[in-house]
Design a protein around this ligand. Structure first.
Ligand code: AMP
Length: 545
């Protein structure tokens, strides 16, 4: 197919060439090319590593893992907020081909045990505790029920310190031999997707999957060893570990950890202190950073040039302010999902401003994307709304030990069904208009909440808006908007919002209910839990669910 084809299909450029080697090989090449460039900075403990030092410690930890019996293909779980040990473990496991199971730091016992058992984890590396999460205690509580689990090692323990001790020449030679025998299309990583229904699924990704995704994302941001990436996004998710860490090590950029969990002041202080050139975040993180600037605090953001906003719909107004008020003239929007390593589309730095703030960009290198009829899989004409699908190097190996769910997700031709709704314009740029399960059907009309959310953002007092469908006797569903107001704004009720919307959006798209909140129920990765919003709304509106 060609660019002039009227169907919603596009394929990416073939440059730069795909990497066909392992993550360890990429790190070795970068450490050789830029030994003295900063690799990692952890603001919380004020420590930094050059690439030479970073690779030295990665190899030491790889040897440490071997001493604790870890073999290629074994599952090693990692449970911790963002800190330097997380990053060292990520690359040490890759070096010897252990499959790293990255656990959400907000898990509790039930979710922890499920992931340990489902993945067949034999060794866990974990932080002792963080805020109200006592990882050590929770691990002790479930350990007997996880049959394959042999050992738990805490970052704070002497055992972990010993694992980082300088390895012998024999050990290093052994690791080099193991590394040389690894295959780039072997699994390297399992990430459990939160999944709104049913049990979590273990997305299984290879060196080729995630090594390349980080590389392609970084290449479109024109990363070099001069870049320093501030990473307030969680490492256990692709946003941190792939778009952040794997992009960084492909180009010799510094990975800057502003703190163990997101805090807007810590993020902006780290940008200033470590002279970061790039800043990542989900939209709510940027919203919180802008609010901090609005409150009068000031930070030197003059070193910023680029960054990524992704993870959930990126409001156009927020993008514009990030460009104007945070000095991120080359900020990019990425769209994707864990199952596709994650990025499928990205805005380019030389795109016209309108495309950069209002679309999720166009297809990434070496990938194919399509907008298809969700039922038949038929590719739709450009301009029509349908399910976004991706095919290519980025598509996961499958869900760990779950061929049935894998077959549901990836069609026989290799297309990953995302469950997201999108529209592709004539120029190949895509807008994400909602999720299949998000769609509201009111009186037979399909309504995509995203469109109404974007409209509500144009109200000067609304800083964030989320729209859901709630049950209605007459129409099947009615629209409800949950809104967050600017500090100091007078409260808004349904009538004032309706007045504001009247004449601007179709009558059936104007929310019947409006609910003002201080915050939305969110996942750590910035996804609003609409299911929870809906349940709560049904309860307090006294509707029949
Ligand atoms: P996850 O697997 O946690 O990365 O979640 C992937 C989902 O996040 C996608 O299927 C989308 O629903 C949503 N998402 C990610 N990036 C974007 C974006 N730029 N715009 C809209 N939705 C996004």
């Amino acid at each position: 197919m060609t660019g002039s084809d009227p169907l919603s299909y596009a394929s990416g450029e073939s440059e730069p060439p795909l990497l066909t080697h392992t993550i360890g090989t990429t790190l070795a090449a970068t450490a050789a090319a830029h030994p003295d460039s900063d690799a990692l900075i952890d603001a919380a403990v004020d420590r930094s590593w050059t690439y030479a030092e970073f690779r030295r410690d990665v190899l030491a930890l790889a040897a440490g893992l071997r001493r604790h019996g870890v073999q290629t293909g074994d599952r090693v779980s990692l449970w911790s907020p963002n800190r330097f040990e997380w990053v060292l473990t990520q690359f040490a496991a890759a070096e010897i081909g252990a499959i790293l199971v990255v656990l959400n730091p907000s898990y509790r016992r039930h979710e922890l045990l499920y992931a340990l058992k489902q993945s067949g984890t034999s060794l866990v590396l974990a932080a002792e505790s963080f805020r109200d999460s006592d990882y050590a205690q929770m691990l002790a509580d479930v350990r007997d029920q996880a049959d394959d689990l042999r050992e738990v090692i805490l970052f704070e323990s002497d055992t972990f310190a010993d694992m980082l001790a300088a390895p012998s020449d024999d050990e290093l030679a052994q690791i080099a031999e193991i590394a040389a025998g690894l295959r780039a299309d072997d699994p390297i990583n399992i990430q459990y997707t939160s999944g709104t229904t049913g049990s979590p699924k273990g997305v299984t990704l290879t060196h080729v999957n995630i090594g390349n995704n980080g590389y392609m994302v970084g290449s479109l941001l024109e990363y070099t060893e001069a870049d320093r990436i501030c990473l307030p996004v969680p490492f256990y998710h692709c946003f941190g570990m792939v778009m952040g860490n794997l992009a960084a090590i492909a180009f010799g950029c510094a990975m800057v950890i502003p703190g163990p969990a997101f805090d807007p002041r810590a993020a902006l202080s780290a940008v200033e202190k470590y002279r970061c050139t790039s800043l990542y975040g989900v939209p709510t993180m940027f919203i919180a950073e802008l609010a901090l600037l609005d409150s009068g605090e000031s930070f030197d953001l003059s070193t910023l040039r680029t960054g990524i906003m992704a993870g959930s719909p990126c409001p156009e107004q927020v993008m514009r302010r990030v460009i104007d008020d945070m000095n991120m003239s080359q900020v990019s929007i990425c769209y994707g999902m864990t199952e596709t390593s994650p990025v499928s589309t990205q805005t380019r730095m030389d795109d016209a401003l309108d495309l950069r703030v209002a679309t999720v960009g166009r297809v990434g290198p070496h990938l194919e994307i399509a907008i298809a009829d969700p039922m038949t899989g038929e590719i739709l004409p450009r301009g029509e709304t349908g399910e976004f699908r991706t095919r290519g190097y980025s598509v996961m190996r499958g869900y760990w030990n779950d061929p049935e769910k894998t077959a549901d997700a990836i069609d026989p031709d290799g297309w990953m069904r995302t469950g997201d709704l999108g529209v592709m314009a004539d120029d190949g740029y895509v807008r994400i208009t909602g999720r299949i399960k998000d769609m509201v059907i009111r009186g037979g009309e399909n309504i995509y909440p995203r469109e109404i959310e974007e409209f509500l953002y144009t109200h000067p007092d609304i800083v964030d808006a989320q729209v859901i469908g709630v049950p209605d006797e007459k129409y099947g569903e009615e629209l409800m908007a949950w809104i967050r107001l600017r500090d100091g704004a007078d409260t808004l009720d349904a009538d004032t919002v309706r007045e504001f919307a009247a004449g601007h959006i179709s009558r059936h798209k104007i929310p019947k209910y409006v609910h003002v909140v201080d915050e939305f129920p969110m996942t750590v990765t910035g996804k609003v839990r609409k299911v929870e919003m809906r349940e709560k709304s049904i309860e307090f509106l006294g509707l029949d669910g």
